[in-house]
Structure formats: structure tokens, C-alpha cells
Design a protein around this ligand. Sequence first.
Ligand SMILES: [Fe+2]
Length: 280
Amino acid sequence: MTNLTIHHKAIGLGLRQEFFNTLLAQTDIVDFIEIAPENWLGMGGKRKHLLNQYLQKLPIVLHGLNLSIGSIAPLNIKFIKSIKAFMREYNILIYSEHLSFCSDAQGYLYDLLPLPFHDKTIKHVVMKIKQVQDIIEQPLVLENISYYAAPIQVIKEIDFLNIVIQESGCQLLLDVNNVYVNSINHGYNPYTFIDQLPTNKICYIHIAGHCQKTDSLIIDTHGEDVNSSVWQLLQYTYQTHGFFPTLLERDFNIPNLLSLQQELSTIKSIHNRCESKVFE
Ligand SMILES: [Fe+2]
């Protein structure tokens, strides 16, 4: 059994089918991996064997897609219980999801949509987060999503996020790329946003690539290399809040593992830069 602890400078990679086997042969290039539980729940045979092989070598984090924590529809209790059972069976310690909704009364919408930044939404989503936490018996970890249309923004995004975290007791999966993408698309300062986050609630960090269409429009593709502005914001995040486990997401246009390894080593060089700055 592998050591489940993910240390504060751990570097992770979202596991993709494209490199299931190649990564398994060189797990020393990462400290942890992330999987979507929806793709693994109830599996058997080869898939279960593969997961067990990974578990022998690396800690695994669950990063879900279908919880739809902010939906007006009731939570799928059976699904959440199956997540809990999966975590217990495979000794997985973290379940992260998105602060968004992806379903309504008619069913799944196949996209992660932003919640209205409004007092009433806070009350609603806090109640649902607590419901999930009661079932899984640990804090839920929620990610700040990227979004385009922003209906009914009464409260600023940063205030909405902070109040939800504070009132629900959940933790934050800080997606630094999403902060940058939203800052361009919605016209705010990403550094001020990072400044206002609660250090003691950050669980781990996501980093990813995007596509800049115009000066004021970015599409969050997860299909390109990480952009230099996002690397700079990651460095600032470390300098402001300290080091946290950091995971590279690459969901489309997936290059070979060597290219991804180069991006992973950039995270390490940012660690080194931050540490040397302390002594400047
Ligand atoms: Fe993310």
C-alpha cells in the first residue's frame, strides 16, 4: 500500500486514457494523480486491475463531474453514497467537485454552469454541501470554475466563494487558470482575487492551458500548454499562500508524456524560484 499523504509540494497529473499505460510505467514523474469517479465506479476486470496497480504506486484524488452541487434538483444520495463506498474501498482521501451546477429537473446539461452570485444561492448551496459532507463524513473540496455568461451577479465572485467556504466548512480546490480566465473575461484583477482567498481552506491547486481568442476573451480549453501569465499567477499564489499540491489538467489535444513532464517540471522550477526569493 502506498503512502497516501500528498505533501505540500506534490505535483500531480489528471489521469487520461491516452497515457494509462505509459504513466504506469513511469509513475516517478508525478506524486499523485486525479481521476473522475464517474469513469471508475462499479468497474471490474482490467479497469479495476489498472486502478489497483496505480494505487500501489501513487495517492489518488477523486475529481467528480456529476455532483451538481448547486442544482435546484435534489442531490443524488445513492450516487454520493457510492462515492463514499468507493473512497473507503480504495482508501482515497480527497473528493473534489465543482462549485457549479450541471443538471436541472430534466436531467444532466453536460456542462458546468456558474451559480447566480446571490444570497439565496449561498443559502441553498451551503445546505447542499453540508448534506454531502454529512454523508461522506469529511469536507467536500470545491473548485472555482471558469464561466462565460454570469446571470444575476449581485455579489462579487470572490465574496460568493469566500462566504460559501466559510459557511459550509468545505475546502477549496483553487484552479489558478480559472482565476486568470475569469479575470480577463469578466474584467477583474486576478492577483487581488488570489490575495483574498483563505489560505487555511486551500486543499490543492489546478493548473491548465487555455486559448486566448481576443484581448478580452479566453476559452478555457484544457487543450494547450499552460500560458506564461498563468505560471506567473501560480508563482504569486505560492508566494502569497505557501505551497500546495498542484495538479496539471490536460483534457484535450493531449501531447505525449514527455511534453507533459516538461510542464510538470515547470511547477518544480517555480517552487525553486519561490524558495530562492525568500533569501534574496
Ligand atoms: Fe480545474
